[in-house]
Design a protein around this ligand. Sequence first.
Ligand code: SAJ
Length: 423
Amino acid sequence: MIGVNRLTNFRTIAVIGLGYIGLPTAAILATNGLDVIGVDVNQRTVDAVNEGRVPFVEPDLGIHVAGAVSQGRLKATTETPAADAFIVAVPTPFTADKRADLSYIEAAARGIAPVLQGGELIILESTSPPGATRHLGEYIVSLRPDLSLDGADGRPAILLAHCPERVLPGKVMIELVTNDRIVGGITRRAADLAKDLYAVFCQGEILITDDVTAEMAKLVENSYRDVNIAFANELSVISEKLGINVWELIRLANHHPRVDILQPGPGVGGHCIAVDPWFIVAAAPAESRLIRAARTVNDEKPRWVLDQVREAFGGLPRNAEIAVLGLAFKANIDDLRESPAIDIAHGIAESMPATRINVAEPHIDSLPGRLQHRDNVRLVPLEEAVSRSALVVVLVDHDAVRALPAEALAGKLLVDTRGVFSS
Ligand code: SAJ
């Protein structure tokens, strides 16, 4: 039970969801001396963690997980155990009408509710629409009417807080420690306790606010980035029309002391930036005009890239092959979620069924479902993809792609959505 000082407050932490955020958080809490039980519905994930392995690519995470497991501080299970604090880090996908799907959060709540005694801290880390933390708390209390969110009617309180994760995939183990953290409590006591827990490993500032402001802060950060990427993507389309090099244009404009334009790409992918702005749009549809427009600009970019590819291919012999470099949603990771590169590769394969498409993605062993069943698509090593093909489409600026020698590309047509060879 929750006591007075930090070390006795939190002996056992349950982390619900051992994905890209939950597992790093579990590992870092464990390597900082807490007993952590990771919970996941996927038995293979649970088995991997118990063997000290990480079922996805994230630099430096492996060493943390292996160390925590070998010290006996980190265990994984499919059943939610009793704990002093619970960190919920499950997906919040969006529905067909672009609203947040809270079903994973509710499933986590159904696991937590039976093991509560009152006094536990429950932190929602999943990126959430405004009101989700309160919804989680009220949902748990509806399952456990003997508890409350504020000690009302003498019922023991459970302490609900939202602490959005803001780490960058690929740099998670560094940013978990160094980023500032926002902690929004349904009550001040919940926020204070959550701050204590994050202080175990977070060296950044831990900033306290209410639950809805914390939820919005996370959504606003990603929308800010989305709007700025949309600006860069729009510039790339305008530059193409004007016959100028967008990377040179941005590089020059960024010499101004108050201008810092981001980089265009094939579109915006990942589970965060392509999704979170919609949660704001859903909460305030009439008012979110710029946020919605940015989403539309970024969502339309893959279609524009596909048109570029088809135009470039038009001038080649009919038996020419196409290389597609990269499928991940950004450089040096294996995450294919919401990846515009997959949409583009799929669009190329579908619209040119007689053309062999040589996909190179150094971070995966087999093609994802949407590309697997297309007869004209093959996953091949990078060098082979380039050497076989007359048209090279760069979709991800992986280090391995950047390292390709200029001679390998000599004489080939290039659609370079990342400016790897064109900037
Ligand atoms: N992208 C561009 N041009 C750029 C920057 C990014 O096209 O100049 C594209 C990327 O290729 C990728 C997408 O945008 O497809 C998103 O990549 P990202 O690196 O901007 O962000 P994520 O999705 O990996 O992580 C973001 C981060 N949010 C912010 O930087 C505000 C991270 O800090 C969050 O923790 C994460 O979302 C999250 O989980 O919400």
